[in-house]
Design a protein around this ligand. Structure first.
Ligand SMILES: C[S@@+](CC[C@H](N)C(=O)[O-])C[C@H]1O[C@@H](n2cnc3c(N)ncnc32)[C@H](O)[C@@H]1O
Length: 276
């Protein structure tokens, strides 16, 4: 396991994932809706230091969150992320960036639950510290695919966030297996999956497998920041929302701004997959 998210934190793909996640959590925790359990299969360290060596070396945050915080034309769907980043940095230069655990923990109500899984011991230790003092949060130093299924309650509202590093080709298959197992255990389980876009064949074949194995309505949102001419590069990213509320308009706004403002020659696309 060589992947370190610190190199990539706050890049264009994190902005898509985190703005989409916050928009989704706002819907799922609305008003007096029943308690929600969120399971984050690949949580990372929770908070990222953009002044650290990894982030400075990659420059990805400069091309991502730094541009978002300066932008005058970002759609209101980024509002919650912008406010969280500003609060973490006392309104000054962006140095601290929230990972999914921070955003989820901040969004949940006292009666909701959050289980954050991280396999790397050093990342898990940082996660544990970042989540300290939050009564409804549990962190597990464990394989998130297996833990998602074992931790999923058989009844009640559940959201799984699946955000692997895709270091291993097996991640695509494990996502499909995990979603199928989650839905067998809790037939109303919802999920948000993040995927890189390198070439279209990989994404299409994943979506076909998902349609074959998971009988649920799905919404796909793609943000391509470059033409897909070099399959060795991350040319964009996609979110797949499984059995979620209708977020087509906000996800189109989020992906559209990222493709336009942070990309060159890219495009955004949002479409539905229907259960077989
Ligand atoms: C893309 S990062 C997660 C970023 C995080 N979700 C966020 O948005 O802030 C993927 C993380 O998954 C961890 N990881 C890799 N394989 C894992 C597994 N099987 N189970 C749990 N965590 C894993 C990596 O160490 C890495 O920290």
């Amino acid at each position: 396991m060589n992947y370190r998210h610190a190199f990539h934190a706050a890049n264009f793909a994190d902005l898509v994932k985190h703005a989409g996640l916050l928009r989704l959590l706002a819907e799922l925790t609305k008003g007096g809706s029943p308690p929600l359990t969120v399971i984050d299969t690949h949580a990372g360290r929770g908070l990222y230091d953009l002044a650290g060596a990894e982030s400075r070396k990659s420059g990805e945050a400069d091309a991502g969150v730094v541009q978002l915080m300066r932008a005058k034309d970002a759609p209101s769907d980024f509002g919650s992320l912008v406010r969280t980043v500003a609060a973490l940095n006392a309104g000054g230069e962006v140095r601290r960036y929230p990972g999914s655990p921070w955003l989820i923990a901040e969004s949940l109500r006292p009666g909701d639950r959050y289980v954050a899984c991280e396999l790397r011991q050093d990342e898990h230790e940082a996660l544990r510290v970042a989540m300290r003092g939050r009564a409804n949060v549990r962190t597990l130093n464990a394989d998130g695919y297996a833990a998602a299924v074992s931790e999923c309650p058989a009844r009640g509202r559940v959201l799984a966030l699946i955000d692997p590093p895709f270091e291993q080709p097996g991640d695509y298959g494990r996502i499909v297996e995990t979603l199928a197992a989650l839905r067998r255990k809790n037939r109303t389980a919802q999920a948000l999956v993040w995927l890189p876009i390198k070439d279209l064949e990989t994404l299409d074949s994943f979506l076909r497998d998902l349609e074959d194995e998971v009988a649920a309505p799905m919404l796909v949102a793609e943000a391509r920041v470059k033409p897909l001419s070099d399959p060795m590069k991350m040319n964009g990213c996609a979110l797949v929302l499984v059995d979620g509320p209708d977020l087509a308009a906000p996800l189109a706004a989020i992906c559209g701004w990222v493709a336009q403002a942070l990309g060159s020659g890219g495009a955004a696309k949002v479409y539905r997959l229907s259960p077989q």
